[in-house]
Design a protein around this ligand. Structure first.
Ligand code: UT7
Length: 376
C-alpha cells in the first residue's frame, strides 16, 4: 500500500510505501491542482481503481417530540438555559414499545431502499451504539435477524461514544477494500432509556435516533471516501463515562436503587474544550490526507453535541456559517446517530452539491475522535 505526501511549498510530491516507509518516487508538482488530483487518485492505493463509498442513506427519528418547555416541567431548567448553552430546542424520544433494534431497523431499511439493495445483498453489518438492545449479545445480531440478512459477519462498535459511526465507516471501507462487497453501517442511540432523566446537566442534551448507510464499491457511489483519521486519548476516560455495570463497579441492588446504572458522569466544560480541539484537528488531518485544501471544503457535517462547539470548530477551520450542517436544534445530541442522520438530511435537502468535498468529524467518550473526507 502506498501513501502520497505533498509539500506544496516546494512543489515536491512523494509516493512512499506504507509498509516500509521508503520513498518510492517523487516529482516536482508544477501546479497545486495537479498535486491534488494525483493525491486523490492514489492516496488509498487499491481505492484508486474502484471507488469505495456510500451507496444509500437512511435515518429514523421517533415521532414523539420533547421540547425544552416539556423538560422545564420535569426538572429545574428552562428553555433559555438549554437554548443559550447548547442550541437545542427539542429532541425525539422513542415510544415505550420501541427498542434500539427498532430504530436501527427502520433506518437500515431506508438506507437499503435508497441503495437499491435488499437484505440478501448485505455482506456485513456494523452497528455503532452505546445504548444496545441488551447487554449480550450485540445489537448487530438482533438487526441481522430483524432485516432477514444472510448469515453474515455482524458486530457492534460500542463504547466509542459519539465517534462510533465515523470510526465504523473507516472499518467498513477497509473491509470493502479487502473482502466484503456491501456493508450496512448503522449509528443508533436510545439514550432516553439508559441515561438518567433526573440529572438536568445531561438529561436535556440527548435525543433518540438512528442513521444508516450502505457502503460498497463501484462507479455509482453517492460519495467516495477520500480519507479517514481517528484517535484516542485514554487519559480522559473520567470526563464522560457511565461506570456502573462493568467489572470495576459491578451492578448491585444498592446501585440499582439509586439508578447508578443510568448515571452518566460528564465534565461538560472539559468535554467542550476537548471536542473543539479534536474535531478541528481531525477535520484538518482528513483534508490533508485527501490532498485537498481547507478552501475546497463544501460542507462539514459535525457531531451534533452543542452549537457552540460546532461554531468554535467552524471558526478554527475558517469556514462560513452555511458550511456547517446543524440540526441539533431539532434532535439534540443523538450520539452515534448524529452524523449519519445529519448526513442523510443534508443530502436529502440538497445541501450537498454534486462534486463537493464533505468532511465528517466527531468525538465522544474515551476520548475518541474520528473524521472522514468524502467526495460527493
Ligand atoms: O457527545 C458528547 C457529549 N457531551 C458534550 O458534548 C458536552 C459538552 N459540553 C457542553 O455542551 C456544555 O458544557 C454544557 C451545555 C453541558 C454546559 O454548558 P456550560 O456553559 O459549560 O455550563 P456549566 O456546566 O458551566 O454550568 C453552568 C451552570 C451551573 O450552575 P452554577 O454552578 O453556575 O450555579 C449548572 O448547575 O448551569 C447549571 N446547569 C443548568 N441550569 C439550568 C446545568 N445544567 C442545567 C440545566 N438547566 N439543564
Amino acid at each position: 500500500m502506498a501513501r502520497l505526501t505533498a509539500d506544496l511549498s516546494n512543489g515536491i510530491t512523494q509516493l512512499t510505501s506504507r509498509r516500509t516507509s521508503r520513498l518510492v518516487w517523487c516529482f516536482p508538482a508544477r501546479r497545486e491542482t495537479r498535486v491534488a488530483s494525483t493525491l486523490r487518485a492514489a492516496s488509498d492505493g487499491i481505492a484508486s481503481l474502484t471507488k469505495i463509498g456510500i451507496l444509500g442513506f437512511g435515518s429514523y427519528l421517533p415521532s414523539r417530540v420533547m421540547t425544552n418547555d416539556d423538560w422545564a416541567e420535569l426538572l429545574d431548567t428552562d428553555d433559555e438555559w438549554i437554548t443559550s448553552r447548547s442550541g437545542i430546542k427539542e429532541r425525539r424520544v422513542a415510544a415505550d414499545d420501541e427498542s434500539t433494534v427498532d430504530l436501527a431497523g427502520a433506518a437500515a431499511e431506508k438506507a437499503m431502499a435508497d441503495a437499491g439493495v435488499s437484505a440478501a445483498d448485505i455482506d456485513e453489518i456494523i452497528v455503532a451504539t452505546d445504548t444496545p438492545e441488551v447487554y449480550l449479545p450485540d445489537t448487530a445480531s438482533y438487526l441481522q435477524h430483524r432485516l432477514g440478512a444472510g448469515e453474515v459477519t455482524a458486530f457492534d462498535l460500542g463504547g466509542s461514544g459519539c465517534a462510533g459511526f465515523v470510526l465504523a465507516l473507516d472499518i467498513a471501507k477497509s473491509r470493502v477494500q479487502s473482502i466484503t462487497k456491501k456493508i450496512l453501517v448503522v449509528g443508533v442511540e436510545l439514550t432516553s432509556r439508559l441515561v438518567s432523566r433526573t440529572n438536568r446537566a445531561t438529561a436535556v442534551l440527548f435525543g433518540d435516533a438512528a442513521g444508516a448507510v450502505v457502503i460498497g464499491a463501484g462507479d455509482e457511489v453517492y460519495a467516495e471516501f477520500l480519507s479517514f483519521d481517528s484517535g484516542t486519548d485514554g487519559q480522559h476516560t473520567d470526563i464522560l463515562k457511565l461506570e456502573t455495570g462493568g467489572t470495576r463497579r459491578p451492578f448491585s441492588i444498592e446501585e440499582a436503587r439509586r439508578e447508578a446504572h443510568k448515571d452518566l458522569i460528564m465534565d461538560g466544560r472539559e468535554v467542550f474544550r476537548q471536542a473543539v480541539r479534536r474535531m478541528t484537528a481531525a477535520a484538518e488531518n482528513v483534508i490533508d490526507r485527501a490532498g485537498r485544501l481547507k478552501s475546497e471544503i463544501g460542507i462539514v457535517i459535525p457531531h451534533q453535541a452543542n452549537v457552540r462547539i460546532i461554531d468554535a470548530v467552524r471558526k478554527k477551520l475558517g469556514l462560513d456559517e452555511d458550511q456547517m450542517y446543524v440540526n441539533l436544534d431539532r434532535y439534540g445530541n443523538t450520539g452515534s446517530a448524529s452524523v449519519p442522520v445529519a448526513m442523510a438530511e443534508a443530502h436529502q435537502e440538497g445541501r450537498i452539491k454534486p462534486g463537493e468535498v464533505v468532511v465528517l468529524t466527531a468525538f465522544g467518550a474515551g476520548l475518541h475522535w474520528a473524521a472522514a473526507a468524502l467526495q460527493f
